[in-house]
Design a protein around this ligand. Structure first.
Ligand SMILES: [Zn+2]
Length: 167
């Protein structure tokens, strides 16, 4: 389908010119960045909770289905597909490091200073293990950790939840 031309309207370049930095092969610095519009959709209560200092899990309402809490939350039960109920965990939320990784060089999109410890946290009452990061100190398996929240200057991302030693 041809693009409809608006009479008297000339198309012009609105971007920033790319600057060459090498001739053979021709290569340019790419000054573009993308604005990504994203919705948390049915998981919005989880992220709203982080800003309030509340860790929210989901629970399946179906009798005979999984009785544990899901963290990270699921909008719908992976087992029976029912819409999940929200449950606010009581503070302090104390979990245990199930396993961990020392991250020397994180991939693109990890907006944390590094190196840091990425930890998998087993939270009592949950049927899942949740990934997170240790805000300070050295991780070890079995370490008791407490959930912390960036309520003062929230990022509106998963990084608003962090873990610190509870020992
Ligand atoms: Zn279910």
């Amino acid at each position: 389908m041809p693009v409809k031309q608006i009479p008297g309207h000339e198309i012009h370049f609105t971007g920033e010119p790319a600057e060459a930095y090498r001739e053979q092969p021709l290569a340019f610095k790419w000054p573009r960045s993308l604005m990504h519009y994203h919705t948390y959709g049915l998981l919005s209560p989880f992220f709203e909770g982080l800003k309030l200092g509340i860790l929210r899990a989901t629970k399946c309402p179906t009798k005979g289905c999984e009785t544990g809490l899901w963290l990270p939350p699921r909008a719908d039960c992976p087992d029976c597909h029912a819409r999940m109920d929200w449950v606010d965990l009581k503070n302090p939320v104390i979990g245990e490091v199930f396993t961990f990784t020392h991250v020397e060089y994180p991939g693109h999109g990890i907006e944390l200073s590094y190196p840091y410890y990425q930890i998998d946290v087993k939270i009592p009452g949950c049927c899942t293990v949740m990934k997170g990061y240790l805000v300070r100190g050295t991780a070890r398996i079995g370490m008791k950790v407490r959930a912390g929240f960036r309520t003062e200057a929230p990022t509106n991302t998963i990084f608003d939840l962090f873990w610190e030693s509870a020992e």
